[in-house]
Structure formats: structure tokens, C-alpha cells
Design a protein around this ligand. Structure first.
Ligand code: PLA
Length: 413
């Protein structure tokens, strides 16, 4: 009898095989490919000229200090994480003299990298905010849809990228923000928009700020690339800071995956800027009720690294140099790729590769062209035509340029 029941159909037999994630699934396919010349330009992860993952020297130095410090322990952190990390993360994005910090109008909680910060923010909104509707830019990071929908918010989009100009559809964006129901949550990429690499100018940010504030919307910044756009941490925080300077409320999800290379350590923070310290205290108490049943409290190691780097003048300045080095290498790859396409006489205007900002190039290649490049040239990239420039090197630029050239000319033939 028992043997029969054990051999019976699984209680999960009804499950269908789910598709791989559109971004992380690219790495799965890449890892399966035995070809030695394969190149992974899918996930946004920085690689050295040799194509290797990079551990920043400041991270190594901070880890050595942590290891040597016998006063450190592995006790549970508080529900909202390491206090020093939270304080310094908020100062990094808002500026140390930010009115929100001085007036103690904000709450910061250490969360599981950018994604976890977005998700905790979304769960908080679903429970405590009146308008359960979020607007995302078209296009956006694919996971945004699922993060907000799974938290129970309705998701709509606003116009952002103009395929024709390969720039910002500023008018369309303002129109859609103006037409959104009052109080809607508006998700904004703080800098280095993923996947397009197109950011508003400071003047346009001012127009966007006014449009959002005029309609009483709630801005939610996703800051996953601070320092990767311009190479300067302060410049890349410009948009967030203008929204905080006006005294209004906003949410900010920060990730230290890219700018400190702490991808797998899962270090990030959610900051909620409110109008008064009294509200902030109550928001924090409710935020703890959201977090405790999800994962109780966040991990200690990565946040301890970040707190050390942000809190030590010497480590901090070394970090800014290393960060600028990463940003500069990405920019130089843009020039190399552009030059290689020009040298091949590849049809089309490729100046957008030079103009786009941050880790990615949004090439304009279509799904069929991408599939061709993966099949024939072992170039792994997302189907929307996005290339992680950070994964490229002097050695792999010629292969990529050959692949793009063949894809573009082949498609036209
Ligand atoms: N927000 C944006 C805009 C992102 O691009 C990413 C990561 C995140 C948040 C989340 O990052 P984190 O949770 O690791 O901090 N986007 C990557 C990786 C780099 C991914 O898809 O998870 C990308 O290739 O688009």
C-alpha cells in the first residue's frame, strides 16, 4: 500500500515548465554553451579587460579589516538592518547636508540589494498607500513589472524612449504623467536608465519633477547605477536630490551590486522620505511589520563592507577612483565598438552607442538579429537588443562588430 502511494503521481504533476528569466536565463544558456569563444553580454555585470569578474580593492581591504576585527560578531541585525549602513547609504544618495536627513524626515532600511528594496517598498505601498497603481517607463528593467504586480499593485506604463530619435520622448512622458490618476506611484530610474541608456537632462528632470508634484504623484526612484553613469557619485544622484530638495515625499531603492561590485552579497537600501520626523517614525514601525514575516532581518556581511567603505575617508576616496575606472572602461568600449562598426561600413547610424549612458547599449537590433548573433557568433545578449558594455573587452569588440555587421547586412539582403 505504502509503496503504491509513493509511486503515485506527484502533487506537482500539473506544473508546466516555466520559461527562464529573460535576463538571468541568458547566463544559464551561456554557461551551457561549450564553445570557448562565447561572450556573455546579457546580465549587467562588470568584467575586467580579461573578461573576469572584478572584486574591488576597497572591498578586499574592508573585508580584511572585518576579518581582523575580533569585536565583530554574527548576531542578528535589527529588522531594518545595520544602522551605520543605513545612515551612510542615505547620505550617499541624498548628500550629507540633505534637508531630509537634517530634519530626520526619512527612514532607511537595509534590504536585499536593489530588487529586495524595490519589493519591500512595493509591499509597503500595497499595504499602506491609497493609490495602488504604479507607472513604469517604456521600456524598463523587466523585473519591475513582476516586483510591483506580485506585491499587489496595478502596473501601467508611461512613454519614455522614442525609437525614432533614440532619445527621450520628453513630451510623451510629461503627457502620460499628467494624465495618470492623481497620487499614482511613478517609478523613475535615478540614472543610467536600463535598458535604454537614455537619461533626462537636468532641465528635463526639473520639468518631470514639476509634472509629478503638480499631480500629487509619489515618485519611486530605482538607483541601481549610482556612479556608473557619469563616473561621479554626486552627479548621478542629481535627480533624486532635486526631488528631495522640494520638501516632498519619495521612495528610493538603492543597490550596491554594481557600484561596489557586491552583486552576490545582496546589499541595498530602501529609503522613504516623508514630511516630518513623526511620520517617519511611524512609517519605520510599519516597515518593520512588513519585513519581519518576509525574511526577519537582512544579512550582515555585505552591509558591513559598505558601512566601512562609506565611513572611512581613505577607503571612500579609493572607491571613487575605482568606480571612475569602471565607468571609463565602459565608455572606452563604446568608442571601440562604434569605431569597429564604422570601420566595417555597417549600415545605420550608430552614434547612439556613444551617446547612451551607463552599463548598457540599446542597439536597436531586433529579436531575429539577436538570435542570429547568438546562434552564429556565440554572442549572448537579451532579445530586446540590449548589450552589457561592461562585459565587452578589446579582445571581444571585433567579434561583436562582425556579428552586428552580419546581422544587419544579412537582414537587409
Ligand atoms: N533595478 C535596475 C534598473 C536594474 O537594472 C537591476 C539589475 C536592479 C534594479 C536589481 O539589482 P540587484 O537586485 O542585483 O541590486 N539589473 C541587472 C541584473 C544588472 C538583473 O536583471 O537582475 C540587469 O542585467 O538588468
Amino acid at each position: 500500500m505504502e509503496a503504491t502511494s509513493a509511486a503515485a503521481a506527484s502533487v506537482f504533476d500539473h506544473l508546466e515548465q516555466a520559461p527562464e528569466d529573460p535576463i538571468l536565463g541568458i547566463t544559464v544558456a551561456y554557461n551551457k554553451d561549450p564553445h570557448p569563444g562565447k561572450v556573455n553580454l546579457g546580465v549587467g555585470a562588470y568584467r575586467t579587460e580579461e573578461g573576469k569578474p572584478l572584486i574591488l580593492n576597497v572591498v578586499r581591504r574592508a573585508e580584511e579589516r572585518l576579518l581582523a576585527d575580533r569585536s565583530k560578531n554574527k548576531e542578528y541585525l535589527p529588522i531594518t538592518g545595520l544602522a551605520d549602513f543605513n545612515k551612510r547609504s542615505a547620505m550617499l544618495i541624498l548628500g550629507s547636508d540633505s534637508p531630509a536627513i537634517v530634519e530626520k524626515r526619512l527612514v532607511t532600511a537595509q534590504c536585499l540589494s536593489g530588487t529586495g528594496s524595490l519589493r519591500v517598498g512595493a509591499e509597503f505601498l500595497a499595504r499602506h498607500y491609497g493609490v495602488k497603481l504604479v507607472f513604469l517607463p517604456t521600456p524598463t528593467w523587466g523585473n519591475h513589472f513582476k516586483v510591483f504586480m506580485n506585491a499587489g499593485l496595478a502596473v501601467k506604463t508611461y512613454r519614455y524612449y522614442d525609437n525614432k530619435t533614440r532619445g527621450l520622448d520628453y513630451e510623451g512622458m510629461l503627457e502620460d504623467i499628467g494624465a495618470a490618476p492623481s497620487g499614482s506611484v511613478i517609478l523613475l530610474h535615478a540614472c543610467a536608465h536600463n535598458p535604454t541608456g537614455v537619461d533626462p537632462t537636468p532641465q528635463q528632470w526639473e520639468g518631470i519633477r514639476q509634472a509629478i508634484r503638480n499631480r500629487g504623484h509619489l515618485p519611486f526612484f530605482d538607483s541601481a547605477y549610482q556612479g556608473f553613469a557619469s563616473g561621479s557619485l554626486d552627479k548621478d544622484a542629481h535627480a533624486v536630490r532635486t526631488f528631495v530638495a522640494d520638501g516632498g515625499e519619495c521612495f528610493i531603492a538603492q543597490s550596491f551590486a554594481k557600484n561596489l561590485g557586491l552583486y552576490g552579497e545582496r546589499v541595498g537600501a530602501l529609503s522613504i522620505v516623508t514630511k516630518s520626523s513623526g511620520v517617519a517614525t511611524r512609517v519605520e514601525s510599519q516597515l518593520k511589520l512588513v519585513i519581519r514575516p518576509m525574511y526577519s532581518n537582512p544579512p550582515i556581511h555585505g552591509a558591513s563592507i559598505v558601512a566601512l567603505v562609506l565611513g572611512d575617508g581613505d577607503l571612500f576616496s579609493e572607491w571613487t577612483v575605482e568606480l571612475k575606472g569602471m565607468a571609463d572602461r565602459i565608455i572606452s568600449m563604446r568608442h571601440k565598438l562604434y569605431d569597429a562598426l564604422r570601420a566595417r561600413g555597417t549600415p545605420g547610424d550608430w552614434t547612439h552607442i556613444l551617446k547612451q549612458i551607463g552599463m548598457f547599449s540599446f542597439t536597436g537590433l531586433n529579436k531575429e538579429q539577436v538570435q542570429f548573433m547568438t546562434r552564429e557568433y556565440r554572442i549572448y545578449m537579451t532579445l530586446d537588443g540590449r548589450i552589457s558594455m561592461a562585459g565587452l573587452s578589446l579582445k571581444t569588440v571585433p567579434l561583436l562588430a562582425d556579428a552586428i555587421h552580419a546581422a544587419v547586412t544579412g537582414a537587409k539582403a
